[in-house]
Design a protein around this ligand. Structure first.
Ligand code: KIV
Length: 275
């Protein structure tokens, strides 16, 4: 399994890092079989697999439940797991307790948290000191979408653009091992990536990030309908899935399924029930 040192070397050697979300055993198995460098058990699972409108309903128990399944499906892949909404904001002690529980019970390799307030930077320091690698997430931070006023590109003025770099430097100094940037102009990423030691992973942040992350259900078009501009589709499971299920329904209705090869036969007809 790759380690944080490997990701650092990949950045230093200009080798791109691949990250993909996975939320359950089969998606994790596929990601590992496809040689994804890092699996993110993102709290986007709230939308992609649980059908919520945002990530704000996802709980710590949800994250642990899904991360354990991912670990079973991808035992040899580096796994990052999201701390969910408000699980690291009430007090430092509560945040640390929640992070330790998530890390230990899921057996993930790092945790991801959104934001860069002084409390978050301190949390990164404390968790790193204790041995939990932390991946911060800046730019569009979905857990605060209601405060940000919607899913929109971040860093579009002098102050917020500067903050994207300065915050990352504070998080890096506190021990963060890599950082996710979501939905920021590519020109900002061109400046940030070479000016941080830790690897940057972009989603809607342009080609200059050291790696890219996308959501499993988005690249495969699996259940997701309205997709952001930054998503590239590599398959259409929505169409393929419905088509396959329609054929099954039709086969049953027309008595074409089950065929002989899907059917068991009794060894001795004398064993049949008597009428
Ligand atoms: O939850 C998630 O899937 C994420 C990615 C969009 C980076 O945070």
């Amino acid at each position: 399994m790759l380690s944080v040192r490997d990701f650092q070397n990949m950045k230093n050697n200009n080798e791109k890092i691949t990250m993909l979300t996975a939320y359950d055993y089969p998606s994790a198995k596929q990601a590992e079989a496809a040689d994804v460098d890092i699996i993110l058990v993102g709290d986007s699972l709230g939308m992609t697999v649980l059908g919520y409108a945002s990530t704000t309903q996802v709980t710590l128990d949800d994250m642990i439940h899904h991360a354990k399944a991912v670990k079973r499906g991808a035992p040899d892949t580096f796994i990052v797991v999201d701390m969910p909404f408000m699980s690291y904001h009430s007090s430092m002690e509560q945040s640390i307790d929640n992070a330790v529980r998530l890390f230990q019970e899921s057996d993930a390799n790092a945790i991801k948290i959104e934001g860069a307030s002084d409390e978050i930077v301190e949390l990164v320091r404390r968790l790193t000191d204790g041995g939990i690698p932390v991946v911060p997430h800046l730019g569009l931070t979905p857990q605060t979408v209601n405060v940000l006023g919607g899913y929109r590109v971040q860093g579009n003025d002098e102050v917020t653009s500067q903050r994207l770099l300065d915050d990352a430097k504070r998080l890096e100094a506190a021990g963060a091992v890599m950082i996710v940037y979501e939905c920021i102009p590519k020109e900002i990423m061109e400046i940030i990536s070479p000016n941080l030691d830790m690897p940057t992973i972009g989603i809607g942040a342009g080609i200059s990030a050291d790696g890219q992350v996308l959501v499993y259900h988005d690249i495969l078009q699996y259940g997701s309908d309205r997709l952001p501009k930054f998503v590239k589709h590599y398959a259409d499971f929505n169409v393929a899935g419905v088509e396959a299920i329609k054929q099954y329904v039709d086969d049953v209705k027309q008595s074409r399924f089950p065929a002989e090869k899907h059917t068991y036969a009794i060894k001795d007809r004398t064993f049949l029930p008597k009428i």
